[in-house]
Write a new protein. Sequence first.
Length: 125
Amino acid sequence: MMIFVISDQKHYKPHCYLAAIPVTKDLWDNSILKSEIPVLVIFYANWCGPCRMVHRIIDEIATEYAGKLKCFIVNTDTDMQIAEDYEIKAVPVVLMFKNGKKCDSVIGTMPKEFYVAAIEGVLKP
């Protein structure tokens, strides 16, 4: 989803806000495993308060890393098979993928800087 915000008519600077995109089992391979750029996936549940905090952070990151990183979300209550495939036992969990392989993970709620450091590590050649 993209939202364009016009802040000042005189000094028009478009801001593009992206959000993490929901992904299901049907789209998993094409969206995550076959991606040409690194992918971040947050596993969450609607009832989980800490998940909402992490989701907001990941939405910010999706905007800041647009074009360098794709961000997706998986609802573990509705897409249990994906959670089982990656042995997700609790939420929130963030997994990083590069070249179709899981390469890093962050378990629990962390400050934004923690996620950014993990992303920067994955983005290095």
